[in-house]
Write a protein that binds this ligand. Structure first.
Ligand SMILES: Nc1nc2c(ncn2[C@@H]2O[C@H](COP(=O)(O)OP(=O)(O)OP(=O)(O)O)[C@@H](O)[C@H]2O)c(=O)[nH]1
Ligand SMILES: [Mg+2]
Length: 237
């Protein structure tokens, strides 16, 4: 009987694992369809990951209006609750849709695909996703983006890339934000960069402050450059 019990339990566990795998593979299939669709539209999508409060929305409030001078841009805001971030962006003249996960710690490919099917996303050339604030779950969920960008503010500590490596491992660039606060915190920029490069060698690292505007132009150029890089790629559809 004990043996029989053990067996049942074992089967049960195996079934749970396979359901999790199915959820992930369904998510990944939708994410791949999204990338295909975006390539067809000639649009670029970036997925921004960071801890809560690192300055993502503030950065987008400053950067997107500059980008929108020559490119249509639309933003997806992911939060557990409230529509605050989408409202903040709309006040800056930026098209933004809020997705509330209601407890979920990350956006998924299906939720993003539903938003992308409507205007103003249909005609956007750059889609920016601000994911739910945390460095753990969003790193594991592909939402169909072309690239991930990870933001870390100087108030969080220079050891975070080593402690939360997944977000940095999958990113194609990192931002160290709130550098205006460097005189007030013990944050070693070189140590932080070394930690980032341990996880992801040669990852481009941008330093910026949304408060002073330092590094903002370089960030806008990076984003425009990634769009232009993709637009020049041959694609098959
Ligand atoms: N000193 C300084 N403060 C900043 C800077 N950028 C943002 N902040 C402040 O940091 C706080 C959080 O900024 P948000 O832009 O809301 O951060 P967020 O990453 O969007 O936060 P969540 O969406 O909740 O994860 C606010 O009080 C901002 O004013 C900066 O460059 N320097
Ligand atoms: Mg925000």
């Amino acid at each position: 009987m004990c043996e029989g019990h053990g067996h049942t339990h074992d089967h049960g566990e195996r079934r749970v694992v396979s359901i999790e795998e199915k959820v992930l593979s369904k998510n990944d299939a939708i994410a791949d369809e999204t990338r295909h669709e975006l390539a067809h539209r000639g649009a670029f999508m970036v997925n921004i990951l960071s801890a809560p409060g690192s300055g993502k929305t503030t950065l987008l409030e400053k950067a997107i209006p500059l980008l929108m001078r020559d490119l249509p841009v639309a933003v997806i805001e992911g939060d557990v609750q409230t529509r605050y971030d989408a409202e903040r962006l709309r006040r800056c003249g930026v098209a933004a849709v809020q997705i509330n996960t209601g407890g979920g710690c990350h956006l998924d490919a299906d939720g993003v695909a539903r938003v992308l099917a409507r205007e103003p996303f249909l005609s956007a050339k750059i889609v920016v996703i601000e994911n739910v604030g945390n460095l753990v779950c969003p790193a594991a969920f592909d939402v169909g983006e072309d690239e991930k960008l990870v933001v870390l503010s100087v108030t969080e500590g220079d050891d975070k890339p080593e402690k939360y490596p997944a977000a940095f491992a999958h990113a194609s660039a990192a931002v160290i934000s709130k550098i205006d606060l460097l005189p007030h915190v013990s944050f070693d920029v070189d140590r932080c960069k070394e930690g980032i490069w341990q996880v992801n060698p040669d990852l481009p690292v941008m330093l910026l402050s949304s408060t002073t505007g330092e590094g903002l132009d370089a960030f806008v150029s990076w984003l425009r450059g990634r769009y232009e890089h993709k637009a020049l790629q041959p694609h098959h559809h």
